[in-house]
Design a protein around this ligand. Structure first.
Ligand SMILES: Nc1nc2c(c(=O)[nH]1)N[C@H]1C(S)=C(S)[C@@H](COP(=O)(O)OP(=O)(O)OC[C@H]3O[C@@H](n4cnc5c(N)ncnc54)[C@H](O)[C@@H]3O)O[C@H]1N2
Ligand code: MOO
Length: 435
């Protein structure tokens, strides 16, 4: 019997332990991307008053009923109503009030005639725009077309009625939702906050980019990949200084960081070497296990500190840590943020490759690939592998936009095979290619 955990069981174990963060009130722009935890109702009607949808003239319908281009109807313009003007004057028979888009409709008005249906008060044919400057009052405007009752008027409450549900709890707030909240007068809303994430990479060989390498050293890249990935997943992520392979130092660094974290990610130090610092420092509170997965076999998960903060210990190989992030950390972050859907959408795609792919028996393999969505009329898109299977191939990862899943039971896949693919979002996947 295998002592390996399946990918699905490891994820389920993590998600079982994670509770969504408690809601807090946040100013609108800070709530962008967050999940709303209150039902928001419309306090006052939207729009709050009847207003014009056109620059033109507020009129009574009967006054312009007979208007034609050949026989325009002349009305007396008694003034201007600009957007933002308070109480407009009453419109009487035979009169027109010049009105701007968004300005309140005057009492007595039944329709708005766009300026293009009039001579603009200039005495000629139809105009294309209003003459600049205020009307003095008493001028005549010739109207060339009749207007139906309600024409070019946006009625009070026509967007959202007072008391209606604007957004239900559970809504993910994006630009239009934030706009609606602002429009109904909300300055802040109750949401689940962005999870605060601390990324701690370990390894005595690591130096920060910008530093010259001495023999045996490499630049720490994982903490950048992981911090950026956590931010892309909606977290407020912070990259802590790299920790050398010394359990005491790692415990101290963790102690320092725990108070500011809702979730901690470590990278490296989880395999079976003599200096596997994460394993050594966290044994007891974090369970280390081996997964039936490639890359990403060694993994750790536990709840650490008094606050029992979730900690995911990812393997150090750059591709392993990123693939582990996508499969386990991203869902954990989305669960903390209260999203109902925590995993990335999967698609089925047809494999296109020059050589058949080889995969270890009994392990689920995630190869890096480039995914092309289905052409019009096609059921499946296609996916091509990018680079090989080894977990140090960061340059290939940087050219990929999808993960190709080879199931546990398979030992490979040939060109033409239908497989599951995890598109990683962004770029061409969101905007389409311009071919
Ligand atoms: N005898 C065995 N050796 C290894 C096994 C095994 O089962 N038996 N598993 C291998 C697998 S699979 C993986 S994955 C790695 C995981 O190792 P660790 O998590 O302990 O990671 P490290 O040893 O610290 O580093 C592995 C590799 O990645 C580089 N690395 C680490 N951190 C970073 C970073 N922040 N930025 C860039 N590169 C990093 C590190 O230099 C190593 O080359 O273990 C295998 N070994
Ligand atoms: O699992 Mo390791 O992550 O294969 O390189």
């Amino acid at each position: 019997m295998s002592d390996l955990w399946s990918v699905d069981d490891h994820l389920a174990d993590i998600l079982r332990a994670i509770r969504p963060l408690d809601p807090i009130a946040l100013p609108l722009l800070e709530a962008d991307g967050c999940v709303l935890t209150e039902d928001v109702t419309v306090p006052t009607a939207l729009p709050p008053f009847d207003n014009s949808s056109m620059d033109g003239y507020a009129v009574r319908c009967a006054d312009v009923a007979a208007a034609t281009t050949e026989r325009p109807v002349a009305l007396t313009v008694t003034g201007d109503i600009a957007a933002g003007s308070g109480e407009p004057p009453t419109l009487r028979p035979g009169q027109a009030l010049r009105i701007m888009t968004g300005a309140p409709l005057p009492p007595g008005a039944e329709a708005v005639v766009p300026v293009e249906w009039t001579d603009g008060g200039l005495g000629g044919g139809p105009v294309r725009a209003m003459p600049a400057g205020q009307v003095r009052g008493g001028e005549r405007v010739r109207v060339h077309r009749p207007a139906e009752r309600g024409a070019h008027i946006r009625e009070r409450g026509s967007d959202a009625a007072a008391g209606a549900l604007a957004l239900p709890a559970g809504t993910v707030l994006g630009p239009p939702q934030l706009g609606l909240l602002a429009a109904v007068g909300r300055a802040s809303v109750e949401v689940r906050p962005r999870p605060r994430v601390v990324v701690l990479s370990t390894g005595s060989e690591l130096v920060p980019p910008g530093t010259a390498l001495r023999p045996g050293q490499i630049h720490d890249s994982n903490s950048f990949t992981l911090t950026a990935a956590a931010r892309a997943a909606g977290a407020a992520a912070y990259r802590a200084a790299t920790v050398a392979d010394d359990p005491e130092r790692l415990r101290a660094a963790l102690e320092d960081q725990l108070s500011r974290a809702d979730l901690v990610i470590t990278s490296g130090g989880v395999s079976v070497g003599a200096y596997d610092v994460v394993k050594e420092a966290l044994r007891g509170s974090v369970e280390f296990r081996r997964l039936a997965m490639q890359p990403g076999k060694p993994q750790g998960f536990g709840l650490v500190g008094k606050q029992r903060i979730p900690l995911l210990a990812l393997p150090g190989n750059p591709v392993s840590s990123y693939v582990s992030f996508e499969l386990f950390v991203r869902p954990a972050l989305r669960a903390l943020a209260g999203h109902p859907q925590v995993e990335r959408a999967r698609v089925r795609a047809r494999l296109e490759c020059d050589e058949p792919l080889v995969s270890p028996a009994g392990r689920r393999q995630y190869l890096r690939g480039s995914y092309t969505p289905p052409a019009p009329g096609e059921r499946l898109g296609t996916v091509r592998p990018v680079g090989g299977a080894s977990s140090h191939l960061l340059a290939a990862l940087a050219r990929a936009d999808a993960l190709i899943e080879i199931p546990e039971a398979a030992t490979g896949a040939a060109s033409g095979a239908e497989l599951t693919v995890v598109p990683l979002g962004g770029g061409a996947q969101e905007y389409g290619s311009s071919s």
